[in-house]
Design a protein around this ligand. Structure first.
Ligand SMILES: Cc1cc2nc3c(=O)[nH]c(=O)nc-3n(C[C@H](O)[C@H](O)[C@H](O)COP(=O)(O)OP(=O)(O)OC[C@H]3O[C@@H](n4cnc5c(N)ncnc54)[C@H](O)[C@@H]3O)c2cc1C
Length: 364
């Protein structure tokens, strides 16, 4: 396909935010161009929990996670400070690997008419000129730049935050096991510990996705991932029992996750989507929904001719409270005394997680 020298909308990053924006713009008759650095299906550091808001947003895009084989999740099982509590979720969520979700979205973007450029890594952006430079030296200009690089900073347009003290995200898969199937049937488990949490659920390929958010001090004190897993196993009998069923294969990591940050403004023509627009504590399990919602908002703003500033301001107002509420939960879950209190409260009032879920949702 011959590409115009200047794109009306150039999307950098093909995760849920970038791909969903490409779908919305392409379906409205635009020809967005999306640059994604990976060449094919890949896993990413994520808990694979597709919450009910994400399920609804995906359905609006014509994608049904359950038709893709997603594992239905109805209940939350919480472990922490020696307590175990199980409670119903407000609505059915889905366990779906990011490998499957991201590819499905990119396929839908392509089918809608977006130009999806795989294996193209953007090295730097110049928001003032609305151009990006790829790692093979091409300069691409656009009327609107949609920044959707997620957890990764882009030179020239970084998120203004010192992330050196922010937590590390870790993810692995546990190979299929009949015992894990029985334990995790219909459930997401959260194992809370000092400095972080581990989330565990079944996904469409039969593997269990194990994802951790860990404070740097905790990882440093353990001296690496294998030691951290060993320490957590000793501390958390529930997690130890899961790990005894199936060894983690390979870990992927992302450092400096700026939980609680959101963009307070932007430059003309630069739309920050998904994690580049706001980062919710992953404990709340709503990052994918924010990515999808911000994509829909950015596309609507572009189509209506609203400025990037108006879009970013509106998104900021939508995410500010859920991010704050999620930070409060994270703060309590990571510390022994508040965690103990939290677990006792949830034990006494099992509807509390549903209230917390409402407070931390951006909604559709
Ligand atoms: C530990 C952890 C657990 C989480 N668990 C959950 C969960 O269970 N449920 C949930 O809803 N949310 C969860 N989240 C949050 C969720 O992962 C993010 O909010 C979501 O992925 C954001 O989507 P995105 O499209 O903005 O970015 P991403 O998903 O990060 O996608 C960004 C894309 O951009 C591409 N890219 C990056 N840089 C470049 C570049 N320079 N050039 C070209 N392409 C580039 C990447 O390859 C990637 O495909 C979790 C986060 C963490 C850290």
């Amino acid at each position: 396909m011959a590409l115009p020298a200047r794109s009306p909308a150039l999307i950098v990053g093909g995760g849920p935010a970038g791909a969903a924006a490409a779908i919305a713009l392409a379906r409205a008759g635009h020809k967005p161009r999306l640059l994604e650095r990976t060449t094919g299906p890949h896993d990413t550091v994520c808990g694979a929990f597709v919450g009910w808001d994400s399920v609804a947003a995906l359905r609006r895009l014509g994608i049904d996670p359950f038709a893709l084989g997603a594992h239905p999740i109805h209940r939350l099982r919480l472990y922490g400070s020696g307590h175990e509590v199980e409670t119903r979720l407000p609505r059915t969520a889905a366990g779906l690997s990011r490998r499957c979700l991201d590819e499905t979205l990119l396929d839908a973007a392509r089918a809608a008419g977006a130009y999806v450029d795989r294996g193209r890594s953007v090295r730097a952006a110049d928001p003032g000129r609305r151009t990006v430079r790829t790692d093979d030296g091409e300069e691409i200009g656009a009327d609107a730049l949609l920044l959707a690089t997620g957890k990764h900073e882009l030179r020239g347009a970084p998120r203004p935050r010192d992330t050196s003290r922010d937590p590390v995200g870790l993810r692995t898969a546990l190979s299929p096991s009949k015992t894990l199937d029985a334990i995790l049937d219909g459930v997401i488990e959260l194992h809370l510990f000092d400095g972080g949490y581990a989330g565990l659920l079944l996904q469409e390929d039969g593997c269990a996705n194990l994802c951790l958010s860990v404070a740097r001090w905790r990882l440093k004190r353990a001296g690496g991932i294998p030691n951290l897993v060993r320490d957590l196993g000793a501390e958390l009998p529930g997690l130890r029992a899961r790990l005894a069923e199936s060894e983690p294969v390979a870990w992927s990591a992302v450092s400096g996750v700026p939980y609680g940050w959101y963009a307070r403004g932007t430059e003309p023509g630069l739309y920050r989507l998904g994690d580049q627009g706001g980062v919710i504590a992953s404990l709340a399990g709503d990052g994918i929904a924010i990515a999808l919602e911000s994509a829909a908002e950015a596309a609507a703003a572009l189509l209506a001719g609203r400025t990037s500033d108006a879009y970013q301001d509106r998104l900021g107002r939508r995410v500010a409270f859920p991010l704050l509420a999620a930070e409060g939960l994270r703060w309590a879950a990571e510390r022994p005394v508040p965690r103990d209190l939290l677990m006792r409260l949830v034990g006494t009032f099992p509807s509390l997680p549903r209230v917390a879920a409402r407070l931390t949702r951006v909604g559709g």
